[in-house]
Design a protein around this ligand. Structure first.
Ligand SMILES: Nc1ncnc2c1ncn2[C@@H]1O[C@H](COP(=O)(O)OP(=O)(O)OP(=O)(O)O)[C@@H](O)[C@H]1O
Length: 776
């Protein structure tokens, strides 16, 4: 203990020293008075970089060193939250980052496969004080054994699992288990699916994988950023401290509903409406709705346009031909629009030329090419011509287009159209993938923005050229002043010798100082370096399309549990979404969807229902090129609670197998009958001294569950919170009261029953409760 204390104190001293240096560096950099844009830009970048490393150093303060490995060859390494080197000439490694290859045996070595280790030691600290050591000797015949070693590190793990919950998820860096470590360090490329029952550490693994990938591929991922997608903002708040505690801040945490820059999807709607919007065929439906906006005049009812040289007639023939040409380009609506306009203007010009230059005696047209070009210019400049073109092929904005579509949904059967029909109102999360789809179909008409940017660039080049001309003039003057021109030539190397006007202009351009994650959040077309999706079983087919567009390299980690799926809009699963074909164009990747195709190859090396589930989701994007990893140990829920949850589940699914709980508490769940009005008292009596309690009840009963703070915004740091099963997804509490289990669909009930780390109570309402319809 004394030796380890000495080491831990030394590591903290070094950390303090580095922190002091980093703080001083940030202050010094900030104090630099930038002259000129370039200097200011460099200063800002430096401040950002130094601040990030300072944040990482600060984060490492708690639990800095948590392990040690003694190798058989006599080498010893201490393992910690970050790597530290001593302040000596050799910069000797002091503490090894948990993500470094050298640290791997700490997580993986076993008695059967010691990986060169003699001993593994877990070091528990409080603040800077070492409070406990747990040793595992890999070779039981080792003569250096003292007999005080525990035979494995379960004690440390169990202490972590039994600790009171705080309302925020904690990192597991000191107790990552071997099966988890293999997933965390799996290669970055391709799609990796991590499937496991409740509490198997999927979320924890996903977050540590993000930290690992940022460590292993820092340069690439710092540029392209990592996106972590979670089911709702409360969940993102719950997991939000894990990566900063691991020293990683350059990650964007977001729900799918937040992934359209500038849109705050604050609206709500029923699951049935969200289900319709999430269906894969909505892509084709919206594409049709866009085509509907590319109109032609009725036959025999042309648009007649007044023009200085006589009337122009835009009829069915001209419009159909122009539309065909524009569609043939394959470009999105707004980008194909100039092709339509060009063709119409060309035809109208020909019409005019034929009329004006017509030889009454049947000879060739009087007009020459120059005359026709002049006529064309006049037609193209006509406001009336443009408004006629716009009436047939209008420029469309994604938000206006979708709002218009939702006000009058087409290409759906009546019942579905009624479900999603809406005039005005805020956007809902399920609208966001549709907005994204619309933006893809329409294409941003950024020609005005590009023209403005080009004009600005030309202005800068002209300015820079002016600067160079001045410098050139002064050079001539200086040379004339010199007695020995050749000898002094090197001293008067002026700007024009090393830089041309264009490059000088580029240097002056305002640099973008935001971090990659910040820039990614503001850019709908950003391509992320890696995407991690938690509760991946919940996403609709349309949401998958959005995410796949954000990750053209398909470097993704998807974690989820099909048995916990609650949202009927989830996934491209045709069985659930009523889309037997699901054969719409899958977007950028091309190739037909293989969902529902019995011949579709299953994922290599895996079996069972889960494989089919993920295969149906992924086939349109990567066919069978994805990997599946399973987690089978439940770290959250004690065996007694898991047995209870599994027994309830088997009532509807007789073959159900739950994950194996790693611990038991000896306390079986209790069942009660109580009035809804009394649940608050029951919760008050059950709330643990330290830790949190959740009451999980169907949404329609929340009004009757008074005294539980259900009317305010969800705050997971409160000792008691009221949630519906969907909100509870991914969360955990020391004690959970599940109210009215009989009203919950099987998957929701399974989620609700598996949230407790210590104690579960199941409350059946005594009095008649309001029916879902009556309660709204
Ligand atoms: N190796 C570990 N060491 C310590 N705690 C762990 C470990 N693995 C998982 N846990 C803890 O177990 C709990 C459940 O983990 P997590 O929330 O990641 O599970 P999950 O599989 O995402 O569950 P769900 O499917 O219910 O959302 C968390 O408190 C997590 O910190």
């Amino acid at each position: 203990m004394r030796q380890e204390q000495q080491f831990v104190s030394l590591a903290h001293e070094r950390l303090d020293q580095l922190r002091g240096e980093a703080e001083a560096a940030v202050r010094a950099t900030m104090a630099q008075v930038g002259t000129g844009r370039q200097a200011r830009m460099e200063r800002d970048i430096e401040v950002a970089e130094r601040s990030a490393s300072l944040a990482a150093l600060n984060a490492a303060d708690s639990g800095l060193c948590f392990g040690r490995v003694d190798r058989r060859d006599g080498v010893t390494h201490h393992i910690g939250r970050l790597g530290l080197r001593a302040d000596d000439a050799e910069r000797t490694p002091l503490l090894i980052d948990w993500r470094a290859p050298v640290a791997r045996p700490f997580y993986l070595a076993t008695g059967y496969e010691p990986m060169g280790l003699r001993r593994r030691r877990h070091i528990t600290t409080e603040g800077r004080t070492v409070t406990a050591l747990h040793d595992e000797i890999m070779d039981l015949r080792d003569p250096t054994r003292t007999g005080h070693e525990s035979h494995d590190a379960d004690e440390v793990l169990l202490a972590a699992l039994n600790s009171a919950r705080t309302g925020r998820m904690a990192d597991i860096v000191s107790t990552i288990q071997a099966e988890q470590d293999r997933i965390i360090r799996a290669p970055q490329h391709g799609v990796l699916v991590v499937e496991g029952g409740p509490g198997t550490g999927k979320t924890a693994v996903a977050l540590h994988r993000a930290a690992y990938l940022l460590y292993a591929h820092r340069e690439q991922l710092a540029k392209r950023a990592v996106l972590i997608v979670g089911p709702n903002p409360a969940f993102l708040g719950y997991i939000g401290e894990v990566l900063p505690s691991l020293g990683e801040t350059g990650v964007l945490l977001s729900t799918v509903g937040e992934l359209y820059p500038g849109i705050h999807a604050t609206g709500t709607e029923g699951p049935a409406a969200a289900a319709v919007k999430g269906r894969p065929e909505m892509a084709a439906v919206l594409a049709e709705a866009v085509r509907d906006r590319q109109r032609v005049p009725e036959k025999g009812e042309p648009i007649v346009i007044a023009h200085d040289d006589g009337e122009l007639v835009l009829d069915w023939d001209i419009a159909v031909e122009a539309r065909h040409k524009a569609r043939e380009t394959g470009l999105p609506h707004n980008l194909a629009r100039p092709y339509f306009a060009f063709r119409v203007i060309d035809d109208l010009t020909t019409q005019l030329a034929d009329r004006i230059g017509e030889d009454p005696y049947g000879g060739p047209n009087f007009l020459g090419p120059d005359d026709i070009a002049q006529l064309g210019k006049a037609v193209a400049a006509s406001a009336e011509v443009h408004s006629a073109i716009a009436s047939l092929w209008p420029p469309l904005d994604p938000q206006e287009f979708l709002a218009g579509y939702l006000a009058d949904p087409t290409h759906l059967d009546d019942a579905d159209a009624d479900l999603i029909r809406r005039s005005g109102g805020p956007w809902t999360p399920a609208d966001v993938p549709l907005l994204d789809e619309a933006a893809e179909l329409l294409g941003a008409d950024d020609s005005a923005a590009r023209a403005a940017a080009e004009a600005e660039r030309s202005r800068r080049i002209a300015y820079a050229q002016g600067v160079l001309d001045v410098s050139y003039a002064s050079r001539t003057y200086e040379f004339e002043d010199k007695e020995d021109v050749d000898a002094d030539a090197s001293e008067v190397l002026a700007a024009h010798d090393v830089i041309d006007a264009e490059r000088m202009a580029e240097r002056q351009e305002e640099a973008d100082h935001r971090s990659a994650a910040e820039r990614a959040a503001a850019d709908r077309t950003w391509a992320f370096g890696h995407i991690i999706v938690d509760e991946a079983q919940e996403l609709s087919a349309m949401a998958w399309r959005l995410l796949m567009r954000r990750c053209p390299t398909r470097s993704m980690t998807l974690v989820g549990d099909p048995a916990q799926t609650g949202d009927p809009a989830r996934t491209g699963d045709p069985a659930r979404t009523g889309d037997p074909a699901q054969a719409d164009d899958p977007g950028q990747t091309g190739g037909p969807a293989q969902a529902g195709d019995p011949a579709a190859p299953s994922a290599p090396g895996s079996e069972g229902e889960g494989v089919d589930f993920w295969q149906r989701i992924l086939a349109p994007y990567v066919e069978d090129r994805w990997r599946l990893a399973r987690l089978g140990v439940n770290y959250r829920t004690p065996a007694e609670i898991m047995d209870y949850a599994a027994e309830r589940r088997r009532r509807t699914d007789p073959h159900f197998t739950p994950p194996r709980s790693i611990r038991s508490t000896g306390t079986a769940p209790f069942e009660r009958t109580a009035d809804l009005a009394d649940v608050a008292d029951l919760a008050a009596a059950e709330v643990p001294e330290e830790g949190r309690l959740a009451v999980i009840a169907p949404r329609e009963l929340h009004g009757a569950l008074t005294g539980l703070g259900g009317d305010g915004p969800l705050d997971l740091s409160r000792p008691v919170v009221l949630l519906d099963p969907r909100q509870a997804k991914g969360l955990e509490f020391d004690t959970v009261l599940v109210v009215a289990p009989e009203r919950m669909p099987p998957n929701d009930l399974y989620v609700a029953l598996t949230r407790a780390t210590q104690r579960l109570g199941v409350v059946t309402p005594a009095s008649a409760t309001p029916s879902p319809a009556a309660a709204g």
